[in-house]
Ligand binder design. Structure first.
Ligand code: GLC
Length: 598
């Protein structure tokens, strides 16, 4: 054996040993964590109410499981596979809309709130799903869309053929245009999906007529919540699903129902994305105080039913302290924590938003919730794998963009999930994250269906990338999503090795990791616990807290850290801990350590 720098074989071995040591160990002394805590940020709740500590799993029906070979998921598919979701250990499922709809916004454009769209099945299929859910002890929450309906809803059709000023028009927000011939929209509001928030109609007599308001697509006219008949109609819809066994509702765009009197001009974008600071503070279409009366009425309706039926707000309001208004004791039970979702890979920022959230929700006696993915944002395995700044403000990636690092994304996603599931409060999961799925970032334009893509001429890519049908097994070309090869959006190639079947058999899979995390979360009642921040982890690269005698540590930095003594309950991956000692937590990793016997 010959080596230029090693004069003898022994020297060579010593040199190799040193080299391998320097590869395994950090060059600088690793940061050591001590189990010392700050004052409690949050004290435990003793309430038995299930929604204070719940884990709720979002099913996006069109992408869950297809039993009719048409490439679109359906309710019988959910019923058939629900046991897999129950196996994960969740309390409830939230179903994105499955109501009758022309599907211009993937079902968030409802044409009949009391009917199942034929692509998803029928009411009997819903009843069968409830029966199976009851058997599995999983609650089913329905997605209620009260801000707007579809332009094919009978009430809107009636409004179009009825005269200006008629009772039929009063169900919606019709106004005359501005300018001499009414050629300008009634105000300057913009649609969340791009373009004006107003569309002009042709009156029954053939003349150019009034405009109707739509904060979203022109196929989604906004209801007029100043009209008591709208409130009555929705109370009846609520009862319709509660009577059929729904465990409650996720309420779509829950901040927007009531608009400011006079509909004054506003210079922010409808989603507030271009306004710094507190984007919605003065928005005339968001957070109007009268909207809270709607939810007080709905809370009272839910309380008439047994089984603690719940309401969860999609209230995209800032700051988080304002969002807490949606979950005051006589309003909703939960609200999605979007500021948490939108905080990136930054320990300081995460600590700040978690502390603020707990304080804000504690102040009104409500649980804080946590969420990392849903059907409106790139999945967290994709976001956290970004190697370049998001080209479109987080609006999805396409084939021409710099692609995420899938390996890094998955490592961070699992770490972020483990960290999130250690937090007290409720948690939301989005179907497929338990398989470690990222977005399809290579979708060609012909597949894109999100209205924001067409309304902005492709400037915004939209949300299709995170809505791709799930991979179940290798039984068909659509990875078991459908018996046929049909899949309404194509699945990424790498999903062939990520099927639920493959992951069930692999003890290190993301699926088995999620199951174990949820089992431990429940066994240790972490959802109801305290939160005590570790004293020496207030940095961008390291975060730690204690909850119910479990230490949760997240390493967001580039160097390993030395963990305090204790029994490791779960690590975010098989390479999260230093193989030899288990005392070092590697970068992009998280761990739960029991302090009980330490
Ligand atoms: C909510 C839904 C989203 C939908 C929008 C309009 O934000 O989550 O998917 O497009 O409302 O209904």
């Amino acid at each position: 054996m010959h080596n230029g720098n090693a004069s003898t074989f022994r020297d060579f071995i010593v040199m190799m040993e040193r080299m391998s040591q320097t590869e395994e160990l950090p060059t600088a002394t690793p940061h050591e964590i001590h189990a010392r805590f700050q004052d409690p940020t949050h004290e435990s709740s003793t309430s038995a109410e299930w929604w204070r500590r719940s884990v709720i799993y979002q099913i996006y029906p069109r992408s869950f499981r297809d039993t009719t070979s048409n490439g679109i998921g359906d309710l019988p598919g959910i019923t058939a596979e629900l046991h897999h979701v129950a196996d994960l250990g969740v309390d409830a499922v939230w179903l994105s809309p499955f109501f009758a709809s022309p599907q211009k916004d993937a079902g968030y454009d409802v044409s009949d709130y009391r009917a199942v769209d034929p692509i998803f099945g029928n009411l009997q299929d819903f009843d069968d799903l409830i029966t199976e859910a009851n058997r599995l002890e999983v609650k089913i929450l329905v997605d209620l869309v009260p801000n707007h309906c579809s332009d094919e809803h009978a009430l809107f059709r009636q409004a179009l053929v009825s005269p200006k000023g008629s009772a039929a028009r009063e169900f919606f927000i019709f106004r005359d245009g501005r300018g001499e011939d009414g050629q300008l929209p009634p105000n300057n509001w913009l649609s969340h999906f791009g373009g004006s928030a107003w569309t002009r109609i042709t009156e029954p007599d053939g003349t150019k007529g009034q405009y109707y308001l739509h904060l979203f697509d022109s196929s989604q006219p906004d209801f007029n919540w100043d009209n008591p008949a709208v409130g009555d109609e929705f109370e009846s819809v609520l009862r319709f699903w509660l009577d059929r066994g729904a465990g409650g509702f996720r309420v779509d765009v829950a901040h927007a129902l009531v608009k400011a009197p006079g509909l004054p001009d506003w210079n922010g974008r409808a989603d507030g994305a271009d306004s710094p600071g507190y984007p919605f503070a003065d928005a005339p279409m968001f957070g109007q105080s009268a909207v809270h009366d709607v939810y007080r009425r709905w809370r009272a309706v839910c309380e008439e039913y047994d089984g603690e039926r719940v309401l969860c707000a999609e209230a995209n309001v800032h700051p988080i302290e304002a969002m807490a208004d949606w979950v005051r004791p006589d309003e909703m039970h939960q609200s999605f924590n979007f500021p948490f979702l939108h905080t990136g890979w930054d320990g300081k920022a995460l600590k700040a938003i978690i502390t603020r959230s707990l304080k804000a929700f504690d102040a009104v006696g409500a649980p804080t919730t946590w969420v990392l993915s849903n059907h409106d944002v790139p999945r967290h395995a994709t976001r956290l794998g970004a190697v370049a700044p998001s080209p479109r403000d987080g609006d999805g990636l396409g084939p021409d963009d710099i692609q995420p690092d899938l390996h890094l994304g998955l490592a961070r996603a699992r770490a972020a999930t483990l960290f999130m599931l250690g937090l007290p409060g409720g948690a939301y999961l989005y179907q497929g994250e338990e398989l470690g799925l990222g977005d399809n970032t290579m979708l060609d334009p012909e597949y894109r269906q999100d209205p924001s893509f067409a309304r902005t001429n492709g400037e915004r890519l939209g949300r299709d990338g995170c809505r791709v049908p799930l991979p179940w097994d290798s039984s068909s070309a659509s990875l078991g999503f459908s018996d046929s090869e049909a899949s309404w959006l194509p699945q990424p190639q790498e999903w062939a090795s990520l099927t639920r079947e493959a992951q069930t058999a692999d003890p290190h899979s993301t699926l088995n990791f999620y199951k174990e995390a949820l089992r431990l979360r429940s066994a240790h009642q972490l959802g109801l616990g305290d939160l005590n921040w570790l004293e020496d982890t207030n940095t961008s690269s390291l975060l730690g807290f204690e909850n119910s005698e479990i230490l949760v540590v997240l390493n967001l930095g580039t160097e390993p850290v030395v963990l305090p003594a204790g029994e490791v309950l779960l690590a975010s991956s098989s390479s999260a801990l230093d193989a030899a000692t288990s005392a070092l937590l590697n970068p992009n990793s998280a761990v739960w350590i029991s302090l009980h016997h330490a």
